[in-house]
Design a protein around this ligand. Structure first.
Ligand SMILES: [Zn+2]
Length: 111
């Protein structure tokens, strides 16, 4: 998915996004990249209004989602009225622009 990948633990298979230095399940540090499959379910979200000057948005909405394989991920929600439990489609896009530097990450829209 356009270079945005989860970290999958080679020892136990636990997947994380963003990645961790060591696996939260088994503590090992050997990972392999993996893609994101299918729709995700919104677990929780928060609107952030106090943004740095690097943002041109008045606020952003961040959500934690769970994919069908159990992978949980953090990303921006492009949904006006998010509801916990709603199905979302994952994509990638710019999540922050700081001068000429663009940071890409996960963005979710309603499925
Ligand atoms: Zn592990």
């Amino acid at each position: 998915m356009n270079g945005i990948e989860k970290n999958m633990c080679k020892a136990c298979g636990r997947a994380c996004y963003p990645g961790h230095a060591c696996c939260p399940s088994c503590g090992k540090t050997d990972f392999e990249p993996g893609g994101f499959e299918g729709p995700a379910t919104l677990l929780t979200f928060s609107r952030v209004h106090m943004l740095s000057l690097a943002y041109t948005d008045r606020y952003i909405t961040l959500g934690i989602v769970e994919f069908a394989d159990g992978t949980r991920a953090l990303g921006r929600l492009d949904v006006d009225e998010p509801e916990i439990g709603m199905k979302l489609k994952a994509g990638t896009g710019v999540v922050r622009t700081d001068g000429l530097i663009e940071t890409k990450g996960l963005r979710f829209t309603q499925a």
